[in-house]
Design a protein around this ligand. Structure first.
Ligand SMILES: CC(C)(COP(=O)(O)OP(=O)(O)OC[C@H]1O[C@@H](n2cnc3c(N)ncnc32)[C@H](O)[C@@H]1OP(=O)(O)O)[C@@H](O)C(=O)NCCC(=O)NCCS
Length: 203
């Protein structure tokens, strides 16, 4: 999506950390990746969540950046279409995976992460999604309504510390009975090239 949307301006009491949250555009990609490297390091690419994101596009309209008024990228959050297993009747359960969420390391504690979270969850609800899952620190995400009660029957496609596997229902009961493996459901990114499985050479 190319539309740049003015969403929110947070004027910190000291007046220094004014920022806006808007939909991410292709022009944000380089700065976003650099910020993620600074905030999370190389290990970010080995997370189980990455298996649900790799080669996929974020959910429509659900990738956001925070930028300062002079244009610097201060924070990023994206949500991804997934299937959260099946419900008790065997029907597939659609949901969103949130992450990575990251803020410029030198600007932690100014409310940028919270503003991104509040905006992302509100937009996901407005767009009609039923639930958001993530892997993260419960001490941080509890303030946005996330907890581990609805992920008990679900599994990530890789190792995960159970107490960090969290969910927020946007529609009450959306994850009732959800069980099984999380799988990616996002549109494939055009950056992925399908290569021939094997090349055969004849003499
Ligand atoms: C986690 C992160 C996005 C929070 O962003 P932020 O803009 O600093 O957060 P906010 O200003 O909205 O909130 C700050 C509050 O959250 C708390 N907090 C921040 N990270 C926390 C964590 N991992 N666990 C518990 N509390 C945390 C702070 O102590 C502070 O608490 P207070 O309000 O009681 O003072 C940011 O620290 C970051 O980018 N971390 C590195 C990347 C990362 O770990 N991402 C999350 C993956 S789970």
């Amino acid at each position: 999506m190319n539309a740049v949307e003015y969403i929110e301006q947070n004027l910190h009491p000291d007046g220094l950390q004014a920022f806006t949250i808007r939909n991410e555009t292709a022009q944000d990609e380089q700065a976003r990746e650099a910020l993620l490297d600074r905030a999370m390091g190389e290990g970010r690419r080995r997370k189980s969540s990455e298996k649900l994101r790799r080669g996929r596009l974020p959910a429509q309209g659900l990738a956001f950046v925070a930028r300062s008024n002079d244009g610097a990228l201060l924070g990023t959050v994206r949500l991804w279409d997934i299937q959260a297993g099946h419900d008790a009747s065997g029907k597939s359960v659609r949901a969103l995976l949130l992450g990575p969420l990251a803020v410029e390391p030198t600007l932690k504690g100014h409310g940028i992460g919270a503003a991104l979270m509040r905006h992302a969850t509100a937009e996901a609800a407005r767009l009609g999604h039923g639930a958001i899952l993530l892997v993260g620190d419960p001490e941080y995400y509890a303030r946005f309504g996330f907890d581990g009660t609805k992920t008990a029957g679900l599994a990530m496609p890789g190792p995960v510390e159970r107490h960090r596997f969290l969910a927020l229902e946007l529609k009450a009961g959306h994850l009732d009975g959800a069980h099984g493996l999380l799988t990616p459901k996002g549109k494939r990114s055009s950056a992925i090239r399908i290569l021939p499985v094997a090349m055969r050479f004849s003499r």
